[in-house]
Ligand binder design. Structure first.
Ligand SMILES: [Mg+2]
Length: 285
């Protein structure tokens, strides 16, 4: 049972059903995440996409956006007075395509793209990755069938989900390409993906930048993610007195996670939207 403190918002019957389901083992949501539902006022949400909001697919373009997820995210966003942002390794335009017609405050390509308001232009914070690096990455795609190279503006990614045995060779090749480039790049590893991105940018730098401005400023940041690229944002949120919530998967073991998987994040978001609902009218104005 969620402990409700004095003055905490009332949780509706459907929200309570979600919470009960979490406790009965049909869903797995950890104590830290459940405790946040008792007093969501004053929180700001930062959330990853792949492996957190959406299940992982063979290729980035094949992910499935479940029915009702977009309207649920809109409810959460409104309930938090607009203090919700997506932090993703994808390009922001790609996230917009997934969640159309909704546009979020967002950071893309590991902190190199930023949009501080849903309707504002997307800022590119780093120079585009040199064509020579993209070409070199394309050349190593011939190492094995199934390797996919994705040019992402300020970064370039090599996906090997469909060629898992090529991982070691790809790591060596990507490291060599980064070392040979005069552009200051770093290697970021993700779920069956290796990315070359500019040094000095991360989801953590994006969170800190967003958290310093309205509507996030003064709120307690909650970061939810599933991968090594989310670690910097967990650190940033925790450094601001917030919390980093881990989703189990290929990076975090279930026993070290706050959510068992994507379905549990969804159930928690539904409970959060319900808990925030009494404030919706005031938030919308
Ligand atoms: Mg992820």
């Amino acid at each position: 049972m969620v402990a409700l403190g004095p003055g905490a918002p009332k949780i509706s019957q459907s929200s309570m059903t979600n919470v009960v389901a979490m406790h009965e083992g049909r869903k797995r949501v950890g104590d830290r995440a459940r405790a946040l539902l008792a007093s969501p006022d004053g929180c700001a949400l930062f959330i990853d996409i792949d492996g957190t909001l959406l299940g992982v697919a063979p290729t980035p373009d094949e992910v499935c956006v479940p029915a009702g997820l977009v309207s649920l995210l809109e409810d959460v966003w409104r309930g938090l007075g607009g203090a919700a942002a997506v932090l993703t390794g994808r390009r922001i335009a790609d996230a917009d395509r997934l969640f159309s017609p909704l546009s979020f405050i967002a950071s893309g390509v590991h902190g190199t793209e930023l949009r501080g308001e849903p309707s504002a232009p997307i800022l590119t914070l780093a120079p585009p990755i040199p064509a020579s690096v993209v070409q070199a990455m394309n050349n190593i795609s011939s190492l094995a069938a199934g390797i996919l190279v994705e040019q992402k503006g300020c970064g370039v990614a090599v996906h090997y989900r469909n060629a898992p045995l090529a991982r070691q060779a790809l790591e060596s090749e990507v490291a060599a390409i980064i070392a040979a480039s005069s552009y200051d790049l770093v290697l970021r590893e993700g779920r069956k993906v290796l990315e070359a991105v500019p040094r000095g940018y991360s989801k953590g730098t994006a969170l800190l930048r967003l958290a310093a401005e309205p509507p996030f400023r003064g709120r307690r940041p909650i970061m939810i993610g599933d991968d090594v690229g989310d670690e910097s944002a967990f650190q940033a949120a925790e450094g601001l007195g917030g919390v980093g919530l881990r989703v189990a998967g290929e990076h975090f073991r279930p026993e070290a996670s706050d959510f068992g998987g994507v379905a549990d994040v969804r159930a928690w978001l539904e409970a959060l939207a319900e808990a925030l609902a009494p404030h919706k009218a005031a938030a919308i104005g």
